[in-house]
Design a protein around this ligand. Structure first.
Ligand SMILES: Nc1ncnc2c1ncn2[C@@H]1O[C@H](COP(=O)(O)OP(=O)(O)OP(=O)(O)O)[C@@H](O)[C@H]1O
Ligand SMILES: [Mg+2]
Length: 313
């Protein structure tokens, strides 16, 4: 069974006096159980719309959506699902402990179980020292971690996180990534949306890329990034002048990477490598390395979105 399954899902928003707007068209994807699944797409692609349908906050207008084998409208799956909304505001006068206790009350946990889960969850999200601090006194990053804490308070096997690292500084982003990895190691399924392609590349097993409500790409990240790379980075040492000047004057993008000894790096298509290496050697330079450039998600993403935008005009 897939943790999440969507078949030909469509959503058209309708409001009185306004033209209907179709945010999702014929979207199909399956998120397997266990592992981290990244849901990507530019602003307005339809990520939050999909997520809101999955968690039962809004209704689809076509197709099917299943959560842990049950239709998304069946809210009983909420016992086994944790959700971090894109924008969350929590009651400001409650302390972290009180807020989490309130969330526990939705899941019928015993008094004893509540106390232990609140302690464990605050520790996991790095908020133990803020246990008795009111929400209004927390920084944005802490509130985001509290949002993750409320999503996991009942220890669900499935987590749906809508941009868990948005608006966080790089240090906290890493902390949140590490928290997500911990959940993965506990065997949970994590489905999260993000714009941060490098972060997705660090932690996801599978990704889907959405554009204007349609699926552009889906698959195992390692397989999507595979394939022969057209470029190589060439690192070499050489005297000032000589090849460095010659290449720069002819527009070759070469950068100095250390001053003493002088080392340089330039990127060339694979078919030019032989010629470039012999230019380095014949101008008394020393070759240090030739490294194929790994394809990255950002290149792939930008290329796919550009192609899709071109097609849709
Ligand atoms: N309640 C609504 N009524 C009408 N249109 C809406 C509504 N909610 C979202 N939309 C539109 O649907 C499209 C998809 O929005 P959605 O919030 O799903 O995008 P997203 O991929 O989550 O974007 P972001 O990365 O900016 O969060 C957008 O064009 C948005 O304006
Ligand atoms: Mg969104």
């Amino acid at each position: 069974m897939a943790a999440l399954e969507i078949r030909n899902l469509s959503k058209t928003y309708r409001s009185p006096g306004r033209k209907p707007f179709t945010a999702l068209r014929d979207l199909s994807l399956a998120v397997p159980e266990g592992g981290i699944y990244g849901f990507l797409g530019p602003n307005g692609a339809g990520k939050s719309t999909t997520i809101k349908i999955l968690v039962g906050l809004i209704r689809k207008t076509g197709g099917e959506a299943y959560v842990l084998g049950r239709p998304a409208e069946d809210l009983t799956s909420h016992q086994e699902m944790g959700y971090l909304p894109e924008v969350s505001t929590y009651y400001p006068y409650l302390t972290c402990r009180e807020l989490l206790d309130f969330y526990c009350s939705f899941f019928g946990l015993s008094r004893r179980k509540r106390v232990s889960r609140i302690g464990e969850t605050l520790a996991l999200t790095g908020l133990t020292s803020k246990t008795d601090t009111p929400v209004r006194e927390l920084s944005k990053g802490m509130q985001q971690r509290l949002g993750i804490a409320q999503a996991v308070i009942h220890d669900p096997p499935l987590l749906i996180l809508d941009e868990p690292t948005a608006a966080l500084d790089p240090l906290i982003q890493k902390e949140v990534r590490d928290i997500i990895l911990k959940f993965r190691d506990q065997g949970k399924t994590i489905f999260f949306s993000s714009h941060r392609l490098t972060e997705v590349e660090y932690i996801c097993d599978r990704v889907a890329v959405l554009h204007e409500g349609r699926l552009l790409l889906e698959g195992r990240l390692a397989e999507l990034l595979e394939g022969p790379s057209p470029d190589c980075d060439v690192t070499f040492s050489a005297e000032e002048g000589e090849i460095w000047d010659r290449w720069r004057n002819s527009g070759v993008p070469v950068a100095r990477i250390t001053a003493s000894p002088q080392t340089f790096q330039a990127r060339f298509p694979q078919k030019e490598i032989k010629q470039r290496v012999s230019e380095i050697l014949s101008s008394r330079g020393s070759l240090l390395s030739v490294t194929p450039v790994r394809r990255n998600l950002e290149d792939l993403f930008v290329k796919m979105i550009a192609e899709a935008s071109h097609e849709t005009g």
